[in-house]
Design a protein around this ligand. Structure first.
Ligand SMILES: NC(=O)c1ccc[n+]([C@@H]2O[C@H](COP(=O)([O-])OP(=O)(O)OC[C@H]3O[C@@H](n4cnc5c(N)ncnc54)[C@H](OP(=O)(O)O)[C@@H]3O)[C@@H](O)[C@H]2O)c1
Length: 267
């Protein structure tokens, strides 16, 4: 891809996007901006141009990722609006709708995405939805780019809060599961590294089974459960813990929080 890429806001997610682009061999010129010089210094070592000037970055790019917190979006939009007509602007910000973004940059090709931090290892689930100015050719280009972070999928914008709650925040929940499994391994006497590796790889492998075969999780559960065997003893304990209800409640609360944040920010 020959397009020049700017990433405005080089924090956790912006940094993950840049590192992912670099790791996947993307040859585009990348320019990163942030108000924290320390964050930029680290990225400069990867061969990325850096600046604290968002307008300069937007001027010198064809594709602009905006990866600042939702509360900083308005400020960034006002700064770059003169220089993004006809360019692709990809917003990573949770809760901020396409309609709000297009008020500031009506002539830009706006795409709203919700990746997750697994972009760092090219394993993000990235949902995207497109603004009115995005053509099929632009969409093709965006998909090519988003596939470098992992797996991407177009969704209706009305699902973005739920996606944010499920896969955007999901690495947080699964870290609890992996940590829980690791402690379980310790409890039954496994060395720490073996407990952690076996827990993490088992979560990864189960996800791959679901996606690659593809196969429904209930079927995997059947495949590993022998009548009167060991797995059913563990599943019996898990069912009693209402683990599914806990996950459903967690994602529902996080979805509601997106709506609350949007109302507060008036975006
Ligand atoms: N983290 C995730 O797992 C994740 C997942 C999906 C989506 N997102 C979305 O990604 C966006 C960024 O989240 P994050 O977790 O990466 O936040 P973050 O680590 O705080 O990164 C944002 C960076 O942008 C800087 N910044 C603030 N105003 C700026 C401006 N005007 N120009 C340039 N840089 C500016 C911030 O500096 P200060 O800290 O000094 O303000 C910070 O370094 C959010 O909208 C979030 O909803 C995050």
């Amino acid at each position: 891809m020959e397009d020049r890429i700017a990433v405005i806001g080089a924090g956790i997610m912006g940094g993950a996007i840049i590192k992912s682009l670099k790791k996947s061999g993307c040859t585009s010129k990348i320019i990163a901006t942030d108000i924290r010089p320390k964050r930029l210094k680290e990225l400069e070592k990867l061969g990325v141009s850096i600046t604290s000037n968002n307008l300069e970055a937007a001027t010198n790019a064809d594709i602009i990722f905006i990866s600042v917190k939702p509360s900083d979006i308005k400020n960034v939009m006002k700064t770059i609006k003169e220089k993004v007509d006809g360019k692709m602007v990809i917003s990573v910000a949770a809760t901020v709708p396409l309609k709000f973004l297009s008020k500031f940059i009506p002539e830009a090709k706006i795409i709203r995405i919700m990746p997750n931090v697994a972009a760092l290892v090219q394993a993000s689930y990235t949902a995207y939805c497109c603004g009115e100015k995005v053509t099929p050719k632009d969409k093709k280009k965006a998909i090519e780019l988003l596939n470098l972070f992992g797996r991407c999928e177009e969704v209706k914008e009305k699902y973005m809060d739920a996606i944010t709650a499920l896969s955007g925040s999901g690495p947080g929940y699964l870290s609890i599961i992996i940590e829980g499994l690791m402690y379980a391994g310790l409890k039954v006497g496994l060395p720490r590294n073996i407990a952690l590796n076996s827990a993490a790889q088992t979560v990864l492998g189960t996800g791959k089974l679901v996606l690659d075969l593809p196969i429904h999780p209930a079927k995997i559960k059947d495949m590993v459960t022998t009548p009167g065997g060991t797995t059913i003893e563990a599943i019996y304990e898990l069912e009693g813990s209402q683990i599914r209800q806990a996950l459903m409640n967690a994602v529902e609360e996080a979805t509601k929080k997106s709506q609350i944040i949007r109302e507060k920010l008036k975006v």
